[in-house]
Design a binder for this molecule. Structure first.
Ligand SMILES: Cc1cc2nc3c(=O)[nH]c(=O)nc-3n(C[C@H](O)[C@H](O)[C@H](O)COP(=O)(O)OP(=O)(O)OC[C@H]3O[C@@H](n4cnc5c(N)ncnc54)[C@H](O)[C@@H]3O)c2cc1C
Length: 400
């Protein structure tokens, strides 16, 4: 699939039920679910995903996909093609401060074979794109230059000159959503002082099935397994230090990693690295008129517990269910009643997860003595209570 073959599907004027702007993981899943249900859908995306090359190095952007997201992606038919490309299941999740006192959450405690999978963002996006039906109209590479709204339609003018009339426009164009701004929806939130360095590493182990996170006063250090001996590390630090680390050669970064990370990392070698700023953002409203937000366009969360795209898929699942049900009853998919129902359900759930992650970030990310005692107590209680461990494991897989 190349940009050329997807491009220029640009009728001068097109009327559809729903237009999705942003064909990343969340937007592509929404476009797929709606077109499978028989709605007329258009998808606008800046850049199509590249073809899969089995010999290629893994994408540096990887996500931990929980069981709830996996179940929905399976129902959409995108999980099986992803399995044929590359992904890595993990059975154990470990959290610790001191490497000698590790709390382990095991998929077996909730009678599952795995707690989740580590997937490469671009491959999951590609697996979804591969399922998009021919009837879906793609505008790619393209983007929105103008939005106007009437009482019964939203009108988008694209860079290519095409004009799209839709009953509903879904903004799934990421954290810096242009469509959110065009719709006049403000946000609140902040940039964290910390940033995170992400590196692809070769480990000395043939295959791992555990993802772990060590909490230290300067920030968490995490390992995520990838297929075969490879893995991904995430290193949270003060933003200036992260930028400094990201400028090192792979050999120099390997030395820094081996000094800073706990022994269970093993003698790794860095292949490549990048860094990401960390921001918390919550849109003031999830909709304005006939424009509705989903995924990172609506909220961005500290990636500490790997929940961002899982929350996005939960938005996408609910929103598409509401739209499909309205469509089946020949009701308006862009009605204020439908969009406010979506917001009432998803906004509090997303805010709760954001605040929980911030609580963790505060509790585990500093060296104030009372908090040190509190987190030691939390980890000790967690390590001794099988009920609590099962509860955390269920929360991690997205079922509670
Ligand atoms: C370091 C790090 C680690 C993370 N780890 C995890 C994890 O383990 N688990 C997890 O669940 N989440 C994780 N996340 C969060 C996750 O990456 C995001 O939540 C997810 O990418 C959001 O998907 P999305 O489709 O909403 O937005 P995006 O992935 O940002 O996709 C937006 C799409 O819109 C397109 N686009 C943008 N602007 C326009 C425009 N104007 N016109 C047309 N198209 C446009 C883009 O090209 C892109 O394809 C992590 C994030 C970071 C930074």
């Amino acid at each position: 699939m190349t940009n050329e073959t997807l491009a220029n599907n640009t009728a001068e004027l097109l009327t559809v039920d729903v237009t999705v702007v942003g064909g990343g993981m969340v937007g592509a899943a929404i476009a797929l679910a709606l077109s499978q249900a028989g709605l007329r859908v258009a998808l606008v995306e800046k850049q199509a995903p590249a073809q899969f090359d089995p010999g290629s190095a893994p994408d540096l952007r990887v996500s931990s996909i929980n069981l709830a997201s996996e179940a929905w992606l399976t129902a959409l038919g995108a999980w099986q093609p992803l399995q044929q490309m590359r992904l890595c299941p993990y059975q154990y999740l470990q959290a610790f401060e001191q490497p000698q006192s590790v709390v382990t959450f095991d998929a077996a405690t909730i009678k599952r074979s795995h707690l989740g999978h580590i997937v490469e963002n671009n491959l999951l996006q590609l697996a979804l794109w591969q399922q998009l039906p021919a009837e879906l109209t793609r505008f790619c590479p393209d983007s929105v230059v103008k939005l106007s709204q009437t009482s019964d339609s939203a009108i988008l003018t694209l860079d290519s000159g095409a004009q799209l009339h839709s009953k509903l426009v879904i903004a799934a164009d990421g954290g810096n959503s242009q469509l959110r701004q065009l719709a006049g929806i403000g946000t609140n939130g902040w940039q964290y002082q910390q940033a995170c360095l992400v590196a692809l590493v070769n480990t000395p182990y043939p295959q791992q099935d555990v993802t772990w996170q060590q909490f230290t006063p300067t920030g968490p250090k995490a390992f995520l397994p990838l297929p075969g001996p490879q893995g991904s590390i995430v290193w949270y630090e003060d933003a200036a230090r992260v930028k400094q680390l990201a400028a090192l050669s792979p050999q120099q970064l390997t030395q820094e990693l081996l000094k800073a990370f706990p022994a269970q990392l093993g003698k790794v070698e860095v292949e490549s690295s990048s860094w990401f700023p960390l921001a918390r953002m919550d849109a003031n409203s999830y909709y304005a008129g006939r424009v509705v937000l989903a995924g990172d366009a609506a909220h961005t969360i500290n990636p500490l517990a790997g929940q961002g795209v899982n929350l996005g898929f939960a938005d996408a699942k609910l929103l598409t269910e509401l739209i499909i049900s309205a469509h089946q009853q020949q009701q308006d998919p862009g009605s204020a009643a439908l969009l406010s129902r979506y917001q009432r359900k998803r906004k509090p759930a997303n805010l709760l997860m954001m605040s929980t992650m911030d609580g963790f970030y505060q509790l585990f990310g500093n060296d104030i003595a009372p908090l040190r005692s509190l987190r030691q107590l939390a980890l000790t209680v967690a390590s001794r209570s099988s009920m609590l461990k099962a509860l955390v494991a269920r929360y991690a897989v997205g079922s509670e």
